[in-house]
Design a protein around this ligand. Sequence first.
Ligand code: GLC
Ligand code: CA
Length: 595
Amino acid sequence: MTRTIPALAAAAALALFASFALPETRPAPQEGQEQPSAAADPHEWWKHEVIYEIYPRSFADSNDDGIGDLNGITSKLDYLQELGVGAIWLTPFFPSPQVDFGYDVSDYEQIDPMYGTLEDFDRLLAEGKKRGIRVILDLVVNHTSDQHKWFQESKSSKKSPKRDWYIWRKGKSGGQPPNNWLSLFGSPAWKLDPATDQYYYHFFYPEQPDLNWRNPEVEKAILDVSRYWYKKGVAGFRLDAVDTLYEDTALPDNATIAGTDKFGRPKQDEVHNRRLPEVHDALKKLRKVADEYGAVLVGETWTSDIEELKRYYGSGDEVQLPMNFMFAMVNTLSAPAFRKQIKLVEDAGVWPVYVVGNHDIVRSWNRYGDGINDDAIAKSLAALYLTLRGTAVMYYGEELGMENNDPTRKEDVKDPIGRLGWPEEKGRDGERTPMQWYPQPHAGFTRGTPWLPVPASADTRNVGLQTWDPASVLNFYKRLLALRRAHPALREGDYVPLLGDDPNVLAYLRRTKDSAVLVALNMSTSIPTLRDALAGQGLDAKVGRVLAGTLQPEKKAIPLGAITLRPFEVLILDVGPSAAAPPDRPRPPSPAANL
Ligand code: GLC
Ligand code: CA
């Protein structure tokens, strides 16, 4: 489907500018007011605000060294406010040798000079606050850099008071490591330190030694790091790699299972070094400190089933927002597959956290697009994760339809796993390319040489051009984000699935006592007609009013008896009592209606 039909674009433009009054931006909190009061706002802020993930290296470069930085982010806060997000999660910008691009932290309480200074950070916080944008940091709890002074001390001697801060063991005879565990990043999980003739354990790169969470001093040190940043005013943390915090101290070998991993190694059942029950004790402690500051914890919680995901919530005393990667990895635009994932989390009785992409996953554009209807598919996915009941975490550039730009030559790869696993594993550079701001060299990200190249599609997929195109992915995101804040049914409503197990259309109601919104997403190339989709729901409305849609103009009345959807069409209708009221001004003529 093409979105360049001029009449259609013109109609959409009219609809956009004549749209019913929604606050474009949220009023900034009053001076000194940390959180909106509970009385004024029945939800905690993190239940209805969208969290926007920023990879600082790639967002905006203020000093043209090719690497994004904190001042760059601050300069884009107006954009983020207009987009309509309520919080930003910044991946690590702390001092780091950058082996894992910041996830190898060498000092948890400073800023790496390439990203700025503590003063720059304070200014980012203050400017964010003025715009109602909270700041969430990334806490790397499982490991430090091998250059962190804790590890340097630990490594210095077997007698070091910090020796037990990491996991050191004697090797087996014959120069063998203590057991068969494997690093996720392609090597054995043990590295020999010849000076003390012991091995240390690292689940990720050898430059990322695992902390020993069984040592209370380690636990205290990390909890203190969280306090340090809460005191500065951060709103919470995204907790990195939480499932690897503990290992079985007896170090039994993991069983080998069928298949090989992307580095060609036989797979292992990681029962002895992953997802140990003690993880939940650590999360409870991190949460207790978070509660002292009214902060929120977002979890990097890769899970294989709903029970496992549910455990991360604890009994309301662990992570408030464990990200649902089972939803993120559906990887095919399929109504039944998404319906199933939504049902699982709804039935679990927890607050859902939807995410479709991040800095470790190929961009959703590439995973869901079909090469023909990519814009429409990007909008469908956006409508899905932004209108479901739950918190949405979005990745920078999703609002533009940014695509992966994978390296084509091994020598260009920056992410070490891409060099190690080439060509099967190309690494994560492709999903970490610079934000696309303008139709300029390097998409206006830098006037220097960017650390990663932007794709050719940046010439058209950028903020500058999409801002002025009413039918752009960007303007659709803005509309959805504004609606999500303003409409009571989207803000507070229940999720009510519709249409049983329809193979093509995912449809649901969001409803409160007094309001209802119908979301209908045609995830196929067919042209279905939904007959009496709302039968039995006890709603009186005979017509729905378009709140947002990819083909129908806003405010148009749509008879609910038979709704026909075009391929990949998104239709979001107000079907509550207010839908029956006439629109407050005449509807613009709509060629789209004749389609
Ligand atoms: C998390 C991060 C990833 C990093 C890893 C090790 O999975 O998201 O980028 O490489 O932890 O810290
Ligand atoms: Ca820079």
